[in-house]
Design a protein around this ligand. Structure first.
Ligand code: HEM
Length: 400
């Protein structure tokens, strides 16, 4: 019997932004295939655009992390298994439908667009400070890390002064090397902090998302503090690490594709389209889409049995040449409709319009304020985060 390939696979291609070369090979030869995870457990890997969307829209898959077959890509501490403290991303209908409804009410297009002036102010402030300090500077430290965290803290009504703690906790949770104990302790620390914060909001609600969420649940007669803590936790974590990665990697990719960068510099109205193309091209949350089949599912001529775990590989789907011609080329005018960089189906990213707005403002402002922006070191010497749930950069030395 031939040995199954191991997952995660390594990014060994010539271009550092390309997914592991095996993704394309599997997509072409066996789009529904078996792999072995780091912990020795088997899982299905789904690599074509059609099948990734099909499986993510299938009601016979579950996001419940407690199911024995659920692929464990990072260690999961027992505290995360408690059904009462389960975050939205790990819930199934009908619970998921019910709780997601309360949260989406906060992410209306109108409310997000209303945040534009304040996000612009935050971005201006951080870029101006970096430029005033003189180059070279670390763009991750100066802009990409603080901006999304500050935006999500202000939206939620979480004091930004604890930003170092939030970064440390976030890093521990998504980092491939963390032990279950370290992840458990980090989540415990964050939940204790959020518990006190939410009690304060119950007593004296302010004009912020978490206060409004408390009131919304109370008015519906469904208030449970543990639930609000879990929602706050997922919004805080999902709401900044991802956008941070996209700011850093997105700018690096643009600097490495000067023809595409020129297109944007000559016509800034192309930036929103470029944001989605960069989301497709980079698929930073590549390993976020894991599920367990709750019934036998026939897909692409293969049967995934009830109880078996599967990973819908967003980066493979987003580089599927049958949907995106010349898929490994960045084309900011492409209009990459139906990319799965924000997921697909009932769990599709709640913060996607906020993320798009932040990225639009961050890219546009950087390119306008620093027309000579360039890497201070060759791309080959950059250290990429490839060992955790999120693709990203540790640091990004730039000058201008
Ligand atoms: C570029 C930035 C972002 C990327 C790449 C991203 C990616 C994703 C992906 C792939 C999923 C689907 C997970 C699944 O199906 O299991 C997701 C879900 C989610 N995202 Fe994002 N996200 C981003 C920004 C944000 C922001 C800014 C927020 C909050 C303000 C946010 C909050 C959430 C939440 C709460 C979910 C869970 C939704 C559910 O389970 O119903 N994300 N995100």
């Amino acid at each position: 019997m031939t040995e199954l390939p191991t997952f995660p696979m390594e990014r060994t291609g010539k271009c550092p932004f390309d997914p592991p070369p095996q993704y394309g090979e599997l997509r072409d030869q066996e789009p529904i295939s078996r792999v072995t995870l780091r912990n020795g457990a088997p899982a299905w890997l789904i690599t074509s655009h059609e099948h990734v969307r099909q499986i993510l829209a299938d009601p016979r898959v579950s996001s419940d992390r407690t199911l024995p077959g659920c692929p464990r890509l990072i260690p999961v501490p027992p505290s995360v298994m408690d059904p009462r403290s389960r975050p939205l991303i790990a819930m199934d209908p009908p619970d998921h439908t019910e709780h997601r409804r309360h949260v989406t009410a906060e992410f209306t297009v109108k409310r997000i667009q209303g945040m534009r002036p304040r996000i612009q102010e935050i971005v201006d402030e951080h870029i101006d400070k970096m430029l005033a300090g003189g180059g070279p500077a670390d763009l991750m430290e100066a802009v990409a890390r603080p901006v999304p965290l500050l935006v999500i803290c202000e939206l939620l009504g979480v004091p930004f002064e604890h930003h170092r703690t939030f970064h440390r906790i976030g890093d521990t949770i998504v980092h491939g090397d963390s032990t279950p104990q370290q992840i458990g302790a980090a989540i415990g620390e964050l939940r204790a902090f959020l518990n006190d914060l939410i009690i304060a909001k119950e007593n004296d609600p302010g004009d912020d998302l978490l206060s409004r969420l408390v009131v919304r649940y109370q008015e519906a007669g469904e208030y449970d503090r543990e639930r609000v803590i879990s929602t706050a936790q997922i919004l805080l974590n999902a709401g900044h690490e991802t956008t941070t990665s996209m700011i850093g990697l997105g700018i690096t990719v643009l600097l490495e594709n000067p023809d595409q960068l020129d297109l944007l510099r000559n016509d800034f109205s192309l930036v929103p389209g470029a944001v989605d193309e960069l989301m497709r091209y980079l698929t930073v949350a590549d390993m976020a889409l894991f599920r367990t089949a709750t019934e036998d599912i026939e897909i692409g001529g293969t049967v995934i049995r009830a109880g078996e775990g599967l990973i819908a590989l967003g980066a493979a789907a987003n580089r599927d040449g049958s949907v995106y011609p010349d898929p490994d080329t960045l084309d900011v005018r492409r209009n990459p409709r139906q990319h799965v960089g924000f997921g697909y189906g009932i769990h599709q990213c709640i913060g996607q319009n906020l993320a798009r707005l932040e990225l639009d403002i961050a890219y546009t402002t950087l390119l306008r304020k620093a027309p000579g922006l360039r890497l201070a070191e060759p791309v080959s010497s950059l250290k990429f985060k490839t060992d955790g749930l999120l693709f990203g950069l540790y640091s990004l030395p730039v000058t201008w």
